[in-house]
Ligand binder design. Structure first.
Ligand SMILES: *Cc1c(COP(=O)(O)O)cnc(C)c1O
Length: 220
């Protein structure tokens, strides 16, 4: 089988599952954005996905994202852990940042970003910070800061299901955190949640952006 056919088949399967989960939760599939996570995969795969109608791509590392974004024009998402010395570069090639969890990082974004960014705040669901994410208190402070920006837009919250929590558990608590959050940050209605292993569960709990790599491109 050619790489094109392999990716086309995987993508169709994933899209079918997204469709079914959207229906099951009484939502429109058009309201769910599929971000193809292309980390570690070559530009040729991204071009295949573009041909298949995908225009949102996600990367975790600045250097890889910068290079791929230079070669493929698309909506580029950054979802990796943010290092302060990389922010200026990340802001130069990405359009959406999913993993902001530190007010100091946002100050650097305000200073250096060359274009407006859409921003998700990453929230920690277990209080541990090894996988990134702000705790509740930091989250609200950070959200106030982003909301006050005249350049950048606060889209909503992002989370990764923590190790040791089932997907239903994790996404139930994320949905609760988000519901409370939007009462204060009314525009922040979007929810970035769900990867290859758990995107259906995430959609059932309100995810509007799913970040899927290996189910489409194969194991890394
Ligand atoms: C790698 C990654 C994904 C995609 O993971 P898959 O299991 O390959 O679908 C999504 N979100 C984040 C934050 C990631 O690091």
């Amino acid at each position: 089988m050619t790489r094109f056919n392999e990716i086309a088949e995987n993508l169709a399967e994933v899209q079918g599952r997204i469709d079914a989960s959207a229906k099951m939760s009484g939502r429109n599939v058009e309201d769910i954005t599929l971000i193809a996570v292309t980390k570690t995969f070559p530009v040729s795969d991204i071009e295949i996905l573009k041909e298949l109608g995908i225009h949102d791509f996600g990367e975790n590392r600045d250097a890889d994202g910068a290079e791929k974004a230079r070669m493929v024009s698309a909506q580029w998402h950054f979802q990796g852990q943010i290092q302060s010395n990389k922010i200026k570069s990340i802001c130069s090639w990405s359009h959406v940042i999913h993993s902001l969890d530190d007010a100091r990082h946002f100050e650097i974004i305000e200073k250096f970003a060359s274009h407006p960014l859409d921003i998700f705040l990453q929230v920690s669901l277990d209080g541990a910070d090894n996988r990134g994410g702000a705790n509740r208190e930091a989250l609200y402070q950070l959200a106030s800061l982003v909301q006050a920006s005249s350049t950048h837009r606060l889209l909503g919250l992002m989370a990764v299901a923590p190790l040791g929590q089932s997907a239903p558990e994790a996404f139930t608590s994320l949905a609760q955190i988000h519901q409370e959050f939007v009462t204060e940050f009314k525009e922040a209605t979007f929810l970035s949640a769900g990867m290859s292993g758990d995107f259906e569960e995430a959609i059932l709990h309100g995810a509007t952006h799913v970040r899927i790599g290996s189910s489409i491109l194969g194991s890394r």
